[in-house]
Design a protein around this ligand. Structure first.
Ligand code: ZN
Length: 277
């Protein structure tokens, strides 16, 4: 299945982590100059900044703020840890509101050695605890299932089906899913689960990068679109068939690309976006 080709950058969103060497002010100027349509701001980029004024600057450059990345990490083996996680997620919601971001991406968390089922319950309980504040500010919460290789310490939610279960449990219009090709491309239930996610009006975000063979580092060796084996256009066709019409968010963790000139990298991202998304 191939989707209609992308011909401009109006639906291209870049995550600030993708161009990690750039601070937020540099990133916004370069993205705007490159005609990038949207930006997802990672929370570290707001450290020492006033989120409200950063939000104004982003809007004045015609960059749509797609989301704030990231909340989550709810599971803990102590009550104090569980409470701290909820407080941190409330802080993220307030930051998103000040920035003017309509959505927070949740990397849900896990505790090594703790049964994944226990972590999943803590995740559902944690999200439920912060939903009232999200409601107050109208912020959507997007659960991002992570590839199972991260099930030890980054997320106990590893498939779209598992994310859908948590969403079913919470049954709230502000709680949905961020689909990232890096994490879900291998899933034999991919097509069905994307369709179900769309039918339930909870497909909130779509992230792209590529899976390199071989991959030298499972966190920081992600590929630019076209460098790996993921059928990105095929997955984009599925999410669009499921009703998704939002941004295609480029989120690449790569020591290799971060070591290069970031203006060159941004040019390559734009090229890859048109050719391989
Ligand atoms: Zn992602």
């Amino acid at each position: 299945m191939s989707p209609s080709p992308l011909t401009d950058f109006s639906r291209l969103c870049v995550h600030t982590i993708t161009t990690k060497p750039w601070v937020i002010e540099e990133a916004m100027d370069r993205y705007a100059a490159a005609d990038v349509g949207g930006i997802t701001v990672w929370r570290q980029w707001l450290e020492g900044r006033d989120p409200e004024s950063i939000g104004e600057k982003l809007r004045s450059r015609n960059l749509e703020i797609v989301s704030l990345c990231r909340g989550g990490f709810f599971p803990s083996d102590s009550d104090a840890g569980l409470a701290a996680a909820i407080e941190d997620n409330r802080a993220a919601i307030r930051e998103a509101a000040a920035l003017g971001a309509p959505m927070i991406v949740l990397v849900c968390g896990a505790v090594p050695g703790q049964p994944l089922e226990d972590s999943r319950k803590q995740i559902a309980d944690g999200i439920a605890a912060v939903v009232p504040l999200a409601e107050e500010h109208g912020i959507r919460l997007a659960i991002e299932p992570l590839h199972p290789m991260y099930a030890d310490d980054r997320s106990a939610i590893n498939t779209l089906a598992s994310a859908n279960e948590v969403c079913d449990r919470l049954d709230h219009p502000l709680v949905g899913i961020a689909a990232d090709v890096y994490h879900i491309w291998w899933d034999p239930d991919l097509a069905d689960q994307i369709r179900i996610t769309g039918e339930k009006d909870r497909l909130f975000a779509f992230h792209v990068c590529d899976w390199k063979t071989p991959t030298s580092d499972f966190l920081n060796d992600r590929g630019l679109m076209g460098e790996g084996c993921i059928d990105i256009p095929g997955i984009r066709a599925l999410v669009e068939a499921a009703g998704f019409s939002g941004f295609n968010e480029v989120e690449i963790f790569s020591d290799r690309w971060w070591a290069q000139d970031q203006d060159h990298f941004l040019t390559e991202i734009k090229k890859a976006y048109l050719e391989h998304c």
